[in-house]
Ligand binder design. Structure first.
Ligand code: ADP
Ligand code: MG
Length: 690
């Protein structure tokens, strides 16, 4: 069976279907066979259809009617990817305009087709091939230069290397010397002849008779029709066989090939990922930065909000807990009484009413009185000040209030109920300094001398002398600024010294399994019932406040996420816009990449990765910005909030993940359409774009 010819065209025609112009038939009734090893020149006047024919031979477009087969394979039977593979593997292109990528070096331009190659050469082997080619074409010195630094002749030699790197079956040249001076043109022509002698099939399109004169076969086209097809007898030396790459591969080589292909893929992707993104950044600096700002702010606001709300909620929970999150205050609502003209409530008798009520509610919890004496003159031998006495009811209550002794001792359990009540007091941490400025000035040893000393109280409900048994550690409170300058005295002591025995404000402490809010409400109802519903009573529950606060934070978080989402949307649309501009400005590059074998999905992946890269970079900057803002905000909060609140800056992993997911997601979502547009471009149209 005879080998099929390289090309066989039967009655091929091609019609351009432009959008706003009438259809134009550029080729008609083309019958043509091209054998392997031929050197064919296609000549004809400008506009006669030569390039159109070359696009068909190069599988860059399909015939309108008729059939074109390449090595026995009909073009219509090849799908888009198979055509890409053929272009990559079997055809080397040489164009009048060189079509090098300006942002790549000579070496990278030569290696461009290998990015899309599926044969298993390693990066190093490709590099060696490129090296050999550069040496052969005198480009070794230029390897790291960019096309703009080269002469026209050098550019065409780079293009020649690129066309040869995949060792194609046919070299497809469209006016290869059209842009060169005559000396350089002769050189390029000489090279083509030499390549043909080494076994390459060469198809040259030209209107230059000198070029045509070197070919074995000259096909002339006029107005889309072949008008003559001559073979010359004095053909150059018969072609030698082209060196074949080994056709039998061992399994070892296959594994090696697979590994190399994987490595190639990774390496190509890293390059595709970062290089173009950085280039886009460089060439359109301002536009890109402005575009990135929207996304950056979106990501930053999501990050900041997730970080801060988490922190603030933790802090508040912790804070309420130290304040006794499970306790509530039940009190006479004098504000409402004033509004409604209700009578003033006398309160409950602390030693008669309260124990009785406590017995009735023992199943649910207990009610502690809040007896105090305010505006007292407190005097010691060393100093005096105006302050409050706060009643404490039991050791348990003291512990729940997080009062901690720093020196001396707490009252003993029996001292709360002893009759007569013992005259003892605990000093708040600031009270010590006010009452004993000299003793505390130099040492802690001085403070211990204070224990056992007495202070005199007058000018308020309580009159008398108290013995100091202990000094408290400093505490924090959002509600009581006097907390550290107060003296803490058993309630029974306060009452025995003259303090009011009727109490209108209580601390309601439920059992551990009871809801504090429910218990407080229960107490209010009970007291109202007991007093004939004549007095307005109210309660304040930490638990309820915490719930309100959490709800507020939730709303705030939701709002910020909506705003962050909007910022991300706007930023994403900006990214889509800049990617569309990017695609538009690089149409020719896309055409070149496709011509050398990039499949649609390669192009799509490239642009998708670019948009993901851009968004990822914005996201990273957004996170850095978010970290900075969160750190500053926490620092400010720290200086405002009480000391004991533990605020340390830490990155919430969830916020980090959310920010990264948002930015990567935006890159994917908003990059899809531009990437698809890039991928769907037609090669021939793309190459024509200036
Ligand atoms: P040549 O390469 O021989 O100069 P071409 O093959 O490029 O000619 O073009 C052949 C004819 O087809 C020309 O008349 C040209 O105007 C027309 N043509 C080329 N490209 C298009 C196109 N994209 N849309 C419409 N007409 C086209
Ligand atoms: Mg042309």
């Amino acid at each position: 069976m005879p080998r099929p010819p390289l090309y066989e065209l039967n009655d091929v025609s091609y019609t351009y279907q432009a959008l706003k112009a009438p259809p134009y038939t550029a080729l008609r009734g083309i019958n043509l066979r091209i054998e392997k090893g031929e050197f064919v020149a296609i000549i004809g006047a400008s506009g006669s259809g030569k390039s159109t024919l070359m696009h068909l031979l190069g599988l860059m477009s399909d015939p309108g009617t008729g059939t074109l087969s390449m090595t026995g394979e009909t073009s219509t039977r090849l799908d888009v990817n198979e055509k890409s593979e053929r272009r990559n593997k079997s055809v080397g292109f040489l164009f009048q305009q060189f079509f090098l990528l300006p942002q790549l070096t000579v070496r990278e331009n030569i290696l461009l087709p290998t990015e899309y190659a599926r044969s298993g050469l390693s990066l190093q082997q490709w590099n060696e091939r490129a090296q050999d080619l550069m040496q052969r074409f005198g480009l070794s010195e230029q390897a790291d230069k960019r096309p703009s630094q080269l002469s026209g002749g050098q550019c065409q030699r780079v293009a020649m290397c690129r066309a040869l790197i995949m060792r194609p079956e046919v070299l497809m040249c469209d006016e290869p010397t059209g842009a060169l001076d005559s000396a350089t043109a002769a050189e390029v022509l000489g090279t083509l002849v030499a390549l043909n002698q080494q076994g390459h099939t060469v198809v040259v399109i030209t209107h230059d008779p000198e070029v045509a004169a070197r070919a074995q076969r000259i096909i002339q086209i006029a107005d889309g029709v072949i008008v003559s097809d001559e073979r010359r007898s004095d053909s150059p030396a018969a072609p030698r066989k082209l060196e074949q790459s080994g056709s039998s591969t061992s399994s070892h080589e296959l594994t090696q090939g697979f590994l190399n292909a994987t490595l190639n893929f990774l390496k190509a992707n890293v390059r595709l990922f970062f290089l173009p993104t950085l280039q886009a950044l460089k060439s359109q600096r301002l536009r890109t930065l402005l575009t990135m700002t929207g996304l950056l702010l979106g990501v930053a606001s999501v990050f900041i909000m997730l970080t801060l709300t988490g922190k603030v909620q933790d802090v508040f929970r912790e804070f309420f807990e130290t304040q006794g999150a499970r306790k509530s205050f039940v009190s006479f609502d004098w504000r409402q009484a004033e509004r409604t003209g209700a009578p003033r409530w006398q309160g409950l008798h602390v030693t008669e009413d309260l124990p009785r009520i406590n017995q009735q509610i023992v199943k649910y919890g207990r009610l502690d009185p809040t007896i105090d004496a305010s505006g007292c003159a407190i005097l010691s031998p060393e100093g005096n000040y105006q302050g409050n006495l706060t009643g404490i009811n039991s050791l348990r209550e003291v512990e729940e209030n997080a009062l901690r002794i720093s020196l001396g001792r707490m009252p003993l359990p029996h001292e709360y109920e002893a009759v007569p009540a013992p005259r003892i007091a605990l000093l708040g941490s600031d009270a010590v300094n006010k009452l004993f400025p000299k003793s505390t000035r130099n040492s802690a040893a001085g403070s211990s001398l204070i224990l056992g000393q007495t202070v005199r109280i007058r000018g308020c409900e309580f009159e008398g002398i108290l013995k100091i048994i202990g000094i408290l550690e400093p505490q924090d409170s959002l509600f009581n600024p006097e907390i550290n300058s107060s003296l803490y005295v058993p309630t029974s002591t306060l009452i025995s010294g003259g303090a009011r025995v009727y109490n209108t404000r209580f601390v309601a402490v439920p059992h551990p399994d009871m809801s504090p809010t429910w218990f407080a409400q229960y107490i209010v109802n009970k007291l109202k019932l007991m007093t004939g519903n004549r007095f307005p009573l109210r309660f304040f529950s930490f638990e309820q406040e915490l719930e309100k606060f959490n709800l507020m934070m939730g709303i705030l978080l939701g709002l910020t996420l909506v705003i962050g989402g909007l910022c991300t949307l706007i930023g994403g649309i900006g990214v889509m816009n800049i990617m569309l501009v990017n695609v538009h400005e690089r149409i020719q590059e896309i055409g070149i990449r496709k011509a050398v074998g990039a499949r649609n999905r390669d192009v799509r992946r490239q642009f998708l990765l670019e948009s993901v890269g851009l968004c990822f970079l914005s996201g990273l900057l957004g996170i850095v910005f978010g970290i900075a803002v969160s750190a500053v905000a926490l620092q400010i909060a720290k200086s405002v909030l009480p000391r004991a609140v533990s605020l340390t800056f830490g990155i919430e992993p969830f916020a980090l993940v959310a920010a990264l997911v948002v930015s990567l997601g935006a890159g994917l979502v908003f990059g899809t359409w531009p990437a698809r547009r890039a991928a769907d471009l037609q090669i021939v149209d793309a190459l024509k774009q200036e």
